[in-house]
Design a protein around this ligand. Sequence first.
Ligand SMILES: [Zn+2]
Length: 404
Amino acid sequence: MRYLSADYILPVTGSPVRNGILVMDDEGRITDLLDPVFSMNIPDQPERYNGFLCPGFINSHCHLELSWARGGIAPGLGLNHFVRSLQAIRSTVSEDEVSYSIRKSCDSMWKKGIVAIGDISNGLSTLACKEISPILFHTFCELFGSDPIHAEAILQRGLSNAAAFSALKRNGRASVTPHATYSLSEELFRLIRINQTSQDLPLSIHHQENEDENSFFLNGTGRIAERRLAFNPGIVPFSGTGKRPLESIAGWLDQNAKLLLVHNTLSQEEDINFALDYFREIHWCLCPKANLFIEGLIPDIDLFRKKDCKITIGTDSLASNDTLSILEEMKAITRFYPEIPLCEMVSWATRNGAEFLGFENLGTFSPGSSPGVVLIENVDIDNLALRQDSWSRLLIPPANASIS
Ligand SMILES: [Zn+2]
């Protein structure tokens, strides 16, 4: 047995425990959490750490395959510039550089406490890394294409990629998913729905990252509409639906699907109300550092809290972030919303992401689970809060992390 103590233990399932003692078996399974105020059986000499202990982090939105693009795109110039720049620099990178950057990102995320990832993939460049990584993955093979003529071919390519990930001995969880509300033809949305083999397979969709998405659906104008025509010469122009983005495409998605909406930077109350009413299970992923990098904006997080939304946290990619760290995302949220309690943010960064991705053993310190243990150091103990120079590291890996 191991006994770990710190200034606070954040179990996620309950209140933080001051000077608590986390009890684990030798495999890393949680057996108990002792409160020294109430417990009679306090061990004499637990392993003592300065800071907070919490379950391993879940990065619910990442593009590992874009790790090579770190520092390649200028920040603050908007999504249209970002998409076009990424397109332009793609040809400058070699396969070796791509593989090396993927391995380096995985290693860094693991050391900082990320134990599971919802990873967006357009190809197979992350396949080899996922087979040997201690991190757990669900791979979302994302599909896009506005011209219905190509829908069937795009679907087949995505299914083939998903099958390659599914064949992995480790990290074989994979499914196809739509890239965004605005970047698929109706035909491609319908084909994805027909080919979802199970309602339990999650869907992850980029949503309301900037105002262009709203104007595209409301009246068919703006930079998304222009890009659609530029990338698809000869396509029939889109005149809009007169509705908000999610409402415009909801009929082409399975109402019972597990859905993750990613970014939600411009989402308003009417968007949230529609999503909560229409879908069975919906999670809202915040990637604040990427939003700040690309658009210089951050979502109305208080609104999501007021509507009792299930929030998760993602890092997005190194194309739109300088680091892949869940702690850094929480610190960014704290800069804009200092009143949000750390324990609430940690539940977004752990339990909610694990729940969405279906990793039942991760995300909390409940007895029987094996979520891994993260140590957050250099913290504000008196206020149970992060400092802007706090850091995190994985102290104990989850029980299932060993690679056979
Ligand atoms: Zn993304």
